[in-house]
Write a protein that binds this ligand. Sequence first.
Ligand SMILES: Cc1cc2nc3c(=O)[nH]c(=O)nc-3n(C[C@H](O)[C@H](O)[C@H](O)COP(=O)(O)OP(=O)(O)OC[C@H]3O[C@@H](n4cnc5c(N)ncnc54)[C@H](O)[C@@H]3O)c2cc1C
Length: 293
Amino acid sequence: MIPEDFTYFAPGSLPEVWDLLRQHPDDAKILAGGQSLIPLMKFRLATPAYLIDLRKVPGLDTLAERDGALVIGAMVREAATEHSQLIQRRYPGIHEASAVVADPLVRNFATIGGNIAHADPANDHPAMLLALRASVVAHGPNGQRTIPLDDFLVDTMETSLAPDEVLTEIHVPQPAPRSGSTYLKLERKVGDYAIAAVGVQITLDGDVCTQAGIGLTNVGPKAVRATQAEMFLTGKQPTEDVIREAARLAAAAAQPVSDLHGPEDYKRAMIRTLTARALREATQRARAGGVSA
Ligand SMILES: Cc1cc2nc3c(=O)[nH]c(=O)nc-3n(C[C@H](O)[C@H](O)[C@H](O)COP(=O)(O)OP(=O)(O)OC[C@H]3O[C@@H](n4cnc5c(N)ncnc54)[C@H](O)[C@@H]3O)c2cc1C
């Protein structure tokens, strides 16, 4: 329950962070809100000798629309995305994902950057952000690059960040008119990790779906994009029959494993049910006029 000894740094700039990462390539970890890393350290499942806290690094707390995208700084806390009027109005799926991460105490510390960088398939944001076709900005000593989230998430707790790179921003394309998003989560009790969850975004032209995004939580080694279901919906009116077939395809894309929370078949059935519900809700939101500027 007590972590191994470590040395703590709180640098005041990204170049200082990169210097520290270069000096300690094998045994340093970046610390954001600490809500995933510190528990791992307490269980001694992670034993970094150096912690590099990002909290004094300026410029990581943007939460605004810019150049056609919502920009979420890596250090924006879950509580901020949960309570932001901008997020609630224009990105309800992100609001709903933030609101079901753990409990208010955790959400006051936990960051959305940490939620993505931790790459735990049970984390709530990766699937919602896949559905929204988000990308992340990785900034290292040789410059910055933008990585689609599909390529950023490599495997369980593995990302494509280089050892000297810091995740600085998440970019979510601004939703087109008549778009609706939602995140639905099945949890054993409030505050738990998802048994299964689904993030959806639908864009309509008239009543035809022109773009669909579907991400699945905790039913694979990483957040899963339900590609076949997305393709099936595109170009069709989201009628009840179409939604049911898309939900069936999403369940087929899931790769759940049996565990204490339930057998594989149950989790696949839950993905089917949650996807159908999420598609109905997102379609209703899009039909109601979708997002407002
Ligand atoms: C009781 C409890 C319940 C929880 N329930 C949920 C839940 O229901 N849903 C959910 O999604 N999560 C849940 N979590 C996990 C946690 O809330 C998320 O993983 C959290 O968002 C992590 O963010 P953090 O800022 O605390 O990251 P940290 O713990 O500080 O870091 C996590 C990892 O990401 C790396 N990292 C962080 N930021 C960066 C960056 N900017 N660049 C590069 N690497 C970085 C760190 O080095 C570390 O490896 C729970 C945690 C607790 C303690």
